[in-house]
Design a protein around this ligand. Sequence first.
Ligand code: AP5
Length: 219
Amino acid sequence: MNILIFLGPPGSGKGTQAKKLAEELKLPHIALGDILREEVRAESEIGQRAKELMNAGKLVPDELTIELTRLRITKADCGSGFILDGFPRSWKQAEALEQMLKENKWEVSRVIYFRIPEEEVVERLADRRSCKDCGAVYHLKFNPPRLEGKCDLCGGELYQRADDNEKTIRHRFEVYEQQTRPLIEHYVKANKLVELDASKPIDAVYKDLLKVTATAVVP
Ligand code: AP5
């Protein structure tokens, strides 16, 4: 089983790198933010509970994210592993994940920590654009689409996420510092954590990512 956890502040590039690595390793990329946005779009009960919290940059209640993760990682396509992007983000989530893995006799292969300062995150997220249809992610300066406002992959319309404004970005960073950052120490102690300089350009980060995961994943 190849189980990778991507941990880091909002806008550190977790999603961008997880998509690339998931394709390379043929593992499902499980992004809790994407799953929640799908629930919001579908106006499900979970979506209705999550919407305001997400728009305000707060964490969605643990019991919801834990249940969504449990449902997702027990699907058939996770049989040889998965990449978890944006989960766990709190102690309660980390404990629940450990329990879920134990029940299945699975173990985390590596936790990748994306290190980046707050100011760079603000710049990145303010100019992020995402595809309404396939979820592909762009940056107006660092990774622009070929045609303005259109997705290179599916031609879908690009939009700016409601939580990608400066005030909410700074709040999300604060939430990360308080609730998620303490998990780093936990995974260091468990000898699972490797750190990446996420400030480098996309291709350079990916090169480093391949290096640090090479010894952890089973081909
Ligand atoms: P989520 O969607 O997971 O947001 P996030 O963690 O804030 O992370 P982002 O998606 O903003 O950033 P990223 O690190 O993936 O960066 P990206 O690759 O896009 O969660 C949203 C909300 O859902 C949360 O606030 C919360 O409410 C809720 N939620 C989710 N999970 C939860 C959980 N477990 N518990 C409770 N609530 C939860 O890159 C960002 C931009 O930078 C892009 O434009 C990209 O093109 C560009 N870029 C990427 N890498 C580089 C690079 N190396 N150089 C230059 N530009 C780059």
